[in-house]
Design a protein around this ligand. Structure first.
Ligand code: ASP
Ligand code: MG
Length: 420
């Protein structure tokens, strides 16, 4: 068994979907689990739909119409017959979203989010599955909401590995006939009560890791619009180099620091079972890509740099100018934990603790508000966090030139700079 993952960009329009078929056609003999994300920017659109619903901005219908026509346009291009069952299946999904949003907006933002946003993946996998079938690529559609079992931390659910493993194995072994392609959704799961959860933005990679772990897969391939893992984000840098081979450890470090190629949670389960992870281009599927495996012989050959933008640097001091010691650190960490704000870098001095964080502004505001009861809190927003793996001084100088450095930290392999 091999596991493939196709992200939003690889199913963003009709030709991209046709290309998925071309990639799959290269593996006629393999038994595959194919994990697919929502099409294009659908998850973002569904996020704004929920925001419009909760904040009652009056935009709801317009956003839903856009999502509807985006999917309908793809359908009408991919399927010549307007009677194909996929049309009504798509409409049913959209109606289900509408039904949820017709209820009074409640406070449980994260809960509603998961119930609605998960339809992005349901829609895309139904469409791709029907298209493949139509083109003679036999496949079975599996509902990840019934297979990936999680707790009820909505928007960031934790996997119950034992139950998930049982469910996945029995679903695959029971899947009809001799179908070799098992097609399923990334990013989504369910609680023991059967309510839908999501695994965190960009979580489809992690789903691929979950299936591979549970099935003892031969390997996992993440199909991307880049030739492999690069040493910098091609969105921001013209000259990038491909990392041909790196270790799990190095990939975890890079993903942790924000290299957006792979979701950070993906690698650990693969490492535990020594399952190689390949990152390859769906535009050039026969070229080598990057292989992530146990050996670290090639780590450190290439300097990688990773930017996290839109960060906030928060500095927290006891109001009475007493020292920062363990008990107030405990209170500070508790507050970050409760508000689910992730610390990307931290530093303390005698009377202050500083943390660089990013993510949801609503959570950050609530955190600052909460901390302000006991501490003097200052912050600097719109800062950048730069991480350089296998750094040298020349790279630090080049990437920080013209910027104000607010914090700099170095270890043997890694330099990290908060700058503005
Ligand atoms: N569709 C989800 C997202 O955009 C999951 C994923 O693409 O990995 O975050
Ligand atoms: Mg994605």
């Amino acid at each position: 068994m091999r596991v493939f993952k196709f992200g939003g960009a690889s199913v963003k329009d009709p030709n991209a979907v046709r290309n998925v078929k071309r990639v799959l056609d290269l593996f006629p003999e393999e038994e595959l689990v194919v994990v697919i994300s929502a099409m294009g920017k659908t998850t973002n659109a569904l996020e704004s739909l929920i925001a419009a619903h909760i904040e009652q901005t009056g935009q709801k219908q317009a956003i839903l119409n856009d999502i509807r026509s985006f999917h309908h346009e793809i359908l009408s291009d991919l399927f010549s017959s307007s009677d194909h069952a996929i049309h009504s299946e798509t409409e049913n999904c959209l109606n289900e979203i509408e039904k949820i949003l017709n209820e009074e907006p409640m406070d449980h933002y994260d809960f509603i989010y998961d119930q609605v946003v998960s339809f992005g993946e349901i829609l895309s996998t139904k469409i791709v599955s029907a298209f493949l079938q139509d083109q003679g690529v036999d496949n079975v559609w599996l509902d990840a909401r019934k297979l990936v079992c999680t707790d009820n931390t909505y928007r960031e659910a934790k996997v119950n590995w034992n139950v998930t493993q049982e469910r996945i194995n029995s679903a695959i072994s029971q899947s009809e006939g001799n179908k070799k392609i098992h097609l399923t959704q990334g990013f989504i799961g369910h609680t023991s009560e059967g309510l839908t959860t999501t695994l965190g933005r960009e979580g489809s990679d992690f789903t691929a890791g979950i299936f591979a772990y549970c099935l003892d897969a031969e390997d996992v391939t993440i199909w991307k619009d880049v030739p492999g893992m690069l040493n910098a984000d091609p969105k921001w840098f013209e000259e990038t180099e491909k990392l041909d081979e790196i270790s799990y450890r190095e990939a975890i470090e890079l993903a942790y620091y924000g290299a957006s190629v792979i979701h950070p949670k993906t690698i650990k389960p693969l490492q535990n079972k020594q399952i190689p992870l390949l990152v390859k281009s769906f535009l050039d599927p026969e070229s080598e890509g990057t292989i992530i495996q146990a050996s670290n012989r090639s780590d450190g050959l290439i300097t990688s740099y990773i930017f996290k933008r839109d960060q906030i640097l928060i500095s927290i001091s006891p109001k009475d100018f007493s020292f920062i010691v363990e008990h107030n650190l405990r209170d500070i960490f508790n507050a970050f934990h409760e508000h689910r704000v992730k610390i990307n870098l931290m530093q303390n001095s005698a009377i202050s603790f500083s943390a660089c964080a990013g993510g949801d502004q609503v959570r950050i505001d609530a955190l600052i508000n909460d901390l302000s009861a006991d501490f003097a809190v200052k912050y600097n927003s719109g800062v950048e966090l730069l991480t350089i793996r296998h750094y040298d001084q020349e790279t630090i100088d080049r990437l920080t030139g013209g910027k104000e450095i607010l914090v700099i930290q170095r270890s043997r392999q890694t330099a990290r700079v908060v700058m503005k």
